[in-house]
Design a protein around this ligand. Structure first.
Ligand code: AMP
Ligand code: FE
Ligand code: FE
Ligand code: ZN
Length: 292
């Protein structure tokens, strides 16, 4: 069994890269991909741990993209989440994608300071240090999920989702935008590094199926190589249409649990919420599509 979509404490997961590999070993997995948000730095530790445990660890990433591109194409604007693009088999040496990730991390850090200021203006005495602690200590990459956890702890909101609905979601009181790539830009960046771009959890785009079809066409034109059709968040039967869509466009149909450890305890590894596991052969398909 394999799991091609997992997160560590480097972004918003609950396990360090080594802990993640231990859990993959305990779950009997032969391979995992570490796909932290906008950051591949956990992969080095995970790959070393994987070598000891006899588990292949694929260097990956999950980049958030600006779906205003969808609006530009004439689709109705709405409160859509950002689009997520997974990248697999990133080189471990300096490459165009790694420079772009460093830049995203810089912009994210600035945004995070502004979110703290905004929350303080709103009367919530959150400190940057507290949020950093929530994310795993100094230097850790902070994401909105860490802010959500801190808001819950302060009693400012009853739960994680309310933290997003009232403060952190797009359009909410403490929402601050940050640098986001357009889907085609992120796709091209991954290709330029020899990595394999895959559209994550397509059902979260909340598009009508014909709209999704056209949107995927635009990504394929930019060089998209795969689409998730085995994501743990949706029952298996409901994902067959996404798999069919992928097959019809000669895309690799990939997937994983989107494991986040204790940060999202409902998503177990490898099957996620609905026990949907990606077939083993997908790993070789991704490897064959990579230029590294
Ligand atoms: P960031 O990358 O720091 O902007 O945070 C993005 C993460 O926040 C996503 O990967 C989700 O886990 C979470 N998120 C974003 N929007 C929402 C929302 N409306 N409700 C719940 N979680 C969200
Ligand atoms: Fe996440
Ligand atoms: Fe995602
Ligand atoms: Zn993810």
């Amino acid at each position: 069994m394999i799991d091609l979509h997992t997160h560590t404490t480097v972004s918003d997961g609950g396990d360090s890269p080594s802990e993640l590999v231990s859990k993959a070993e305990a779950a009997g997995l032969s391979a995992i991909a570490v796909t932290d948000h906008d950051n591949d730095s956990g992969c080095t530790e995970a790959i070393a741990a994987g070598e000891k445990a006899g588990i292949e660890v694929v260097r990956g990433v999950e980049i958030s993209c600006d779906v205003d591109a969808l609006t530009e194409q004439g689709f109705t604007p709405s409160e859509r989440p950002t689009m997520h693009l997974l990248g697999y088999f990133i080189p471990s040496t300096e490459n165009p994608l790694s420079s772009a990730l460093a830049e995203l991390q810089y912009h994210r850090a600035n945004r995070n300071k502004i979110i703290v200021d905004r929350l303080n203006e709103l009367g919530i005495p959150v400190t940057f240090e507290e949020v950093e602690e929530e994310a795993g200590g100094p230097g850790a990459q902070i994401g909105r999920p860490h802010f959500a956890a801190v808001l819950v702890r302060h009693g400012a909101v009853p739960d994680y989702q309310t933290a997003f609905d009232e403060y952190l979601a797009k359009g909410a009181k403490a929402y601050i935008t940050r640098k986001l790539y357009k889907p085609a830009e992120a796709t091209e960046l991954m290709l330029s590094a020899g990595a394999v771009p895959v559209l994550a959890h397509p059902f979260t785009l909340n598009l009508q199926f014909d709209e999704l079809d056209r949107f995927v066409d635009s990504l394929v034109e930019a060089g998209l190589k795969g689409i998730e059709g085995y994501h743990g968040d949706l029952p298996d039967v409901e994902q067959e249409p996404y798999r069919a869509l992928g097959r019809s466009k000669d895309l690799i149909v990939s997937g994983g649990s989107d494991y986040h450890g204790d940060m999202r305890p409902d998503r177990g590894m490898p099957g996620g919420k609905h026990n949907v596991v990606c077939p083993d052969e997908v790993l070789e398909q991704l490897r064959a599509a990579a230029k590294n």
